[in-house]
Design a binder for this molecule. Structure first.
Ligand code: ADP
Ligand code: MG
Length: 394
């Protein structure tokens, strides 16, 4: 359907930003272009709808050279979705969709976009038509606006949908939902979709085929299975490696790897009672806090054992010079303090040194395991949903 033969693009006689690339995209395929910033992904995409002309080679659409196809024809057959939805702020959602279905530079309206069709399209992206059709773009969330951006392009009934980092401005949950919906949509509408992203997880999730680019060249074009199993070079390996697990944990904050309830004690608690509390709660360390939760330090079973024959209070032997971590920090920072810095446990504190949580080696290991490896057993409905596990690891 789309064929690039020895296509190059050189701006101002300088280096080629697209360098002699060859590929073919079949009808109905979902192809994802990925690669480091500036490697030429967007340029390739823009050459597919003629907004950018190759300086060498040829781009064909259904065996016809794209330079021979009129701009109107290209616009009608190829939808283009970017981060900027380009919705008209003064038009309602319904009017925005209808407007898009008009042929460019023509007063003629296609009859494709009846009200019924608009309603159908809205339903397709999970938006209740009666609720949204008369709203204005500013009355929608970013994710909803992006959905309308997609609907607008679909309203043209294009054969091909080009999408340039369509979700990268959205929060992780919205992004995941839109990815899910786009995947479903592709199954339903059977359009050819070409999407550009820099998110390897998005590529793995959506692409039938992934085209990895670097310095204007295609490094490898394969299914995700094949990319993982047979990376063609160390660059591919590293690109997948660097961009994949890291993304899984990138939104993970220290709160998400903390224990449910830290076991605390007050500084004036006697050591015998402290020992009993440790036994009862099955912990070897207590976090010592004032009544107002101000952190004083920690006390361990071993500390108490050392003072076995001298009765006293926690305050007498509390370790106050201990590593702590600020709330909102990354789980990675907690990992480094706990494992690389050799701390036993890591209290989480706010700006006023009040105890907000506690990370232990086992809580961290357990939560990390779930995020990185155990995505199936992961309960997406619990309070940690915003880990966005689905978006990043599936
Ligand atoms: P990507 O989408 O992979 O980040 P682009 O295709 O947007 O990369 O850009 C590839 C390279 O071409 C970049 O180095 C960019 O600076 C350069 N480039 C893009 N558009 C132009 C232009 N109109 N004039 C000159 N250089 C450009
Ligand atoms: Mg780009």
């Amino acid at each position: 359907m789309i064929k690039f033969e020895h296509v190059s693009k050189v701006y101002d006689g300088k280096v080629a930003v697209v360098d002699d690339i060859n590929f073919e995209i079949k009808r109905g395929e979902f192809v994802v272009f990925i690669g480091p910033s500036g490697c030429g992904k967007s340029t390739v995409l823009r050459m597919m709808n003629g907004t950018e002309k190759p300086t060498g080679g040829s781009v064909c659409l259904n065996d016809q050279d794209i330079s021979k196809i009129s701009e109107t024809e290209l616009k009608r057959n190829i939808g283009h979705v970017t981060q900027q939805t380009g919705l008209f702020p003064h038009l309602t959602i319904g009017a925005n969709i209808r407007q898009a279905s008009r042929l460019p530079r023509s007063k003629k309206r296609t009859d494709k976009c009846s009200n019924a069709r608009i309603r159908e399209l809205l339903k397709m992206v999970g938006m209740d038509p009666s609720e949204y059709i008369d709203r204005f773009p500013s009355q929608l969330s970013g994710g909803q606006q992006q959905r309308i951006g997609i609907v607008r392009e679909l309203a043209k009934e294009p054969d091909i949908l080009l999408m340039d980092e369509p979700f990268s401005a959205l929060d992780p949950i919205t992004r995941k939902n839109l990815q899910d919906d786009l995947k479903k949509l592709h199954g339903m509408v059977k359009k050819t979709i070409v999407l550009v992203t820099h998110d390897m997880n998005e590529a793995f999730k959506l692409g039938d085929r992934i085209v990895l680019m670097r310095h204007g060249k295609i490094v490898q074009a394969d299914s995700s299975e094949e990319l993982l199993r047979n990376p063609s070079s160390t660059f591919v390996e590293e690109f997948i490696g660097l961009n994949r697990p890291a993304k899984c944990t990138e939104t993970l904050t220290v709160e998400k790897v903390a224990v449910e309830v830290p076991i605390t004690a007050s500084p004036d608690m006697g050591l015998a009672r402290a020992t009993r509390r440790m036994r009862e709660m099955r912990v070897r360390t207590l976090v010592v806090v004032e009544d107002d939760e101000t952190l004083i330090g920690i006390i361990t079973a071993r500390d108490i054992r050392k003072h076995k024959n001298r009765p006293g209070k926690i305050a007498d032997i509390v370790q106050s010079d201990i590593p702590v971590i600020s709330e909102g920090s990354s789980a990675k920072a907690a990992f480094e303090k706990l494992f690389l810095g050799n701390a036993g446990i890591l209290p989480v504190v706010d700006g006023s040194n009040r105890l907000k949580g506690l990370v232990t080696r086992s809580s961290l290991a357990e939560k990390l395991y779930k995020v990185v490896w155990d995505t199936n057993g992961y309960d997406n409905n619990d309070s940690t949903t915003d880990l966005d596990v689905g978006a990043t690891c599936s």
